[in-house]
Write a protein that binds this ligand. Structure first.
Ligand SMILES: Nc1ncnc2c1ncn2[C@@H]1O[C@H](COP(=O)(O)OP(=O)(O)OP(=O)(O)O)[C@@H](O)[C@H]1O
Ligand SMILES: [Mg+2]
Length: 288
């Protein structure tokens, strides 16, 4: 079985480096010898079947899970091995939108978004209302939404509030776990263009798990495919789509045309969006 990885960029250090990672949870091997680099400024999408270990891979990148073998570096720091002080410094530099949304149901929208600022005490208290309102506005919510409880929000609004909370510390890296799951196609499309716009404005690096081909098509610079406990392919969508693996074949069934580079480009142009920077580098075969 072949695996592919795009070439390393010479100018910028990689934001995340997953090196030879094996993960065992509850006595079960989830990942075997994963190698993955996330380049600064790219949107890397992770796809794979249910239970293939996508969320676990994000949790490893966040230091919430420790690999059984190998190491994960975030901004050059080895997670699990660095000093508490260094880890705290790195932790301020990422935001996460978890798969389950995870808004606190007893807190208002305002309180949910303000939480990281209150916990980390990085800005004076009196500035918090202004920062929260700015962030709500940035994700397309109204001032009046700030007083609402999560139970009063639509699915799309919950995603936006979760995104505002993930972005409140102005992170450099944004982790999104199934950000469009449960949204109707129109809300899903709106959410994706919001992520695109924020990415450009904030110069974000984005790592996103998704099951949705349209989301991949609209936003991903590269795709990493998890199957058989391994990364069976890593590269631009237009190249990954042709890799002969049963999961890839089924995942893109009926979508091959859509994933061609020309089509991706013209689709993004018709949406009137700036095309995200293409990460240079041709795929080179790796041993499986
Ligand atoms: N803390 C844990 N202890 C034991 N097993 C776990 C733990 N967390 C996850 N797993 C197992 O690891 C495997 C991968 O789980 P993970 O949540 O990473 O999958 P996923 O690819 O994100 O799936 P989905 O698409 O359904 O979200 C699953 O079999 C799951 O049961
Ligand atoms: Mg998951």
């Amino acid at each position: 079985m072949s695996a592919f990885e795009t070439g390393t960029r010479m100018n910028q250090p990689d934001v995340i480096e997953v090196s030879s990672v094996t993960t065992v949870l509850g006595g079960v091997v989830i990942h075997r010898h994963l190698d993955l680099r996330v380049h600064a400024g790219e949107v890397l999408a992770i796809i794979g079947g249910s239970g293939s270990g996508k969320t676990t891979l994000l949790r490893l990148m966040l230091g919430l899970e420790v690999p059984s073998e190998g190491e994960v570096r975030l901004f050059g720091q080895v997670l699990g091995r660095c000093e508490m002080q260094d880890l705290e410094r790195v932790r301020h530099r990422w935001g996460v939108l978890f798969q389950q949304g995870a808004l606190f149901s007893a807190l208002t929208v305002f309180q949910n978004v303000a939480l990281p600022l209150r916990e980390l005490k990085t800005v004076p208290r009196e500035l918090i209302p202004q920062l929260v309102m700015l962030k709500l506005q940035q994700v397309g919510l109204k001032e009046a939404d700030a007083a609402k409880m999560p139970s009063e929000l639509s699915g799309g609004m919950i995603k936006r509030v979760s995104l505002a909370r993930a972005l409140i510390l102005d992170p450099q890296v944004l982790f999104l776990d199934e950000p469009t799951a449960g949204l109707d196609p129109a809300s899903s499309k709106q959410f994706v263009s919001l992520v695109q716009a924020l990415r450009r404005e904030m110069n974000l690096t984005v790592v996103m798990v998704t099951h949705d081909v349209d989301t991949l098509f609209a936003v991903a610079d590269r795709v990493a495919v998890l199957a058989d406990q391994r990364l069976v392919a890593v590269g631009p969508l237009s190249e990954v789509v042709d890799i002969p693996h049963p999961f890839i074949h089924n995942f893109f069934l009926g979508h091959r045309e859509q994933c061609m580079e020309e089509n991706i480009r013209s689709y993004r142009e018709t949406l009137g969006r700036e095309q995200p920077a293409r990460v240079p580098g041709k795929p080179t075969p790796l041993a499986a």
